[in-house]
Design a protein. Structure first.
Length: 454
């Protein structure tokens, strides 16, 4: 752990953040690519109903991230704080407990999705044109593939938070690349025409299963030289540690749940305007994630560094990581606005050639890209609160973003302006949320006795 402690305590801020964030950014980009791959390959059928079906299942897939965040974010950030305060034995107990709790939660979630699949898909807005395709995708990716997805992401988070960012990112990247390779094989070679959605689902599930096998091997090997453990051995985390896991993990999970709820609302409102509009917004919601995933990669690399230095009492270094990471992410977001606006036609045509879907998608993408910079500011603030163990404030920010601004504005602007109102909501809501985020940030600094500064 000496090299890792040097990275956390003494390496220059740009170097330390680069070591932690660069592999995470790469894995986020590859994860994005394989999520886009399903949409891209399905889009090559020029069947907007297949594209719409995959978009309908996205909120259900995002629920796997909800489960992951309880134990991956809650437990992972706690590991960094425990190591920073010298409590290595307690960190070992926490790592084993999080692993087994994540497995139990994954089994429960997959089972619930199997039992309530039909009513859930109807509630999400599946029509006669999309229901069969959506059911195929959900059965394979969520019911069968949910367990490896949740466990892979949980193991990745724990590896990253003890400084093994490159190994964590490699596993996710490997799964993404494998998914991309398997998509055309299953969709256009092994399965007959009309089964492209099922083929995409099988490719995703198998890729996630292979990623899980990799993480099991790496985790067991890391357990020989780090604080990570697999077996409980009758030693359980303290009540304080369990409280810390859920104090950060549950608010983090609920934040993703609210984000998921927002996507459900977007899908439901968009489906009311037609399946073509739903297909277009489904492509846009994935295409717009390139700068957002880069930003999330920066934030995920930043969290262990913030958590460690917060626990060790080095406030100046903690602030330096936050300010530097925020500056880099905001710069990337601003550049992306110009690129998305200029190249919206080419981006949409890369996914689908249906003229009407492309026409709607260009309008939607050009509107939503303006939200990217303020969205990153919101993300960075939420991750900062997780790093310092302030899960309640992180959840409050999520509530403000989704329940106070985003979802009410979706209904209001949809009623006033139709689909144009839906796609402009994100920019308006996140601008308001960013302002509220900094008010809460200043309050945290005053409560902690730190200088009040940006």
């Amino acid at each position: 752990m000496d090299k890792k402690r040097f990275l956390f305590e003494e390496a220059s801020v740009p170097r330390a953040l680069a070591v932690m964030a660069f592999p995470t950014i790469i894995s986020q980009l590859i994860t994005l690519i394989y999520n886009l791959a399903d949409t891209w390959f399905v889009g090559q059928t020029n069947n907007p109903y297949m594209v719409a079906a995959c978009s309908l299942v996205l909120p259900v897939f995002l629920m796997t991230i909800v489960v992951t965040n309880i134990f991956g974010t809650g437990g992972g950030t706690l590991l960094a704080r425990l190591i920073g305060s010298g409590q290595d034995e307690e960190a070992s107990r926490v790592s084993a407990a999080c692993l087994w709790m994540a497995l139990g939660a994954a089994v429960c979630y997959s089972g619930l999705c199997l039992i309530f699949m039909d009513p859930l898909l109807r509630a999400l807005g599946a029509s006669a044109n999309t229901f069969t395709f959506a059911k195929q995708y959900m059965t394979v990716v969520i019911v069968i593939g949910g367990i490896p997805t949740i466990l892979s992401n949980t193991l990745s988070s724990m590896l990253r938070n003890i400084g093994l960012s490159a190994r964590a990112s490699f596993g996710l990247s490997m799964g993404g690349l494998l998914n991309i390779a398997l998509d055309p094989l299953f969709m256009f070679v092994l399965l007959p025409d009309g089964k492209q959605v099922l083929g995409a689902a099988l490719a995703t599930m198998l890729a996630n299963l292979c990623a899980l096998l990799y993480f099991i091997v790496v985790y067991r090997k890391a357990s020989q030289t780090t604080i990570l453990r697999v077996r409980m051995r009758g030693q359980y985390p303290s009540k304080r540690s369990l409280h810390s896991i859920f104090a950060v993990g549950v608010p983090s999970a609920l934040a993703v749940l609210l984000f998921d709820l927002c996507n459900i609302v977007i899908n439901r409102l968009s489906s009311g305007h037609g399946d073509i509009e739903l297909a277009a917004i489904g492509i846009v919601l994935k295409a717009e994630r390139l700068p957002l995933n880069v930003g999330i990669g920066i934030c995920l690399g930043m969290i262990p560094l913030i958590a460690y230095n917060y626990a060790s009492g080095n406030r100046e270094r903690m602030d330096a990581f936050f300010r530097f990471g925020r500056g880099v992410g905001l710069s990337i977001a601003l550049i992306s606005v110009a690129l998305y606006y200029l190249f919206a036609p080419q981006i949409m045509q890369a996914f689908i050639r249906d003229a009407e879907t492309v026409r709607f998608g260009i309008q939607f993408l050009r509107a939503r890209c303006f939200a990217t910079p303020v969205m990153f500011l919101c993300f960075s603030m939420v991750h900062f609160t997780h790093g310092i163990g302030r899960g309640k404030e992180g959840f409050l920010l999520a509530v403000i973003r989704q329940l106070v601004f985003n979802i009410p504005l979706l209904f209001l602007l949809n009623r006033l302006f139709g689909m144009s109102g839906i796609v402009w909501t994100q920019a308006v809501a996140d601008l308001c949320t960013a302002i509220a985020s900094y008010l809460i940030y200043f309050r945290i600094r005053r409560e902690e006795g730190w200088p009040v500064r940006l």
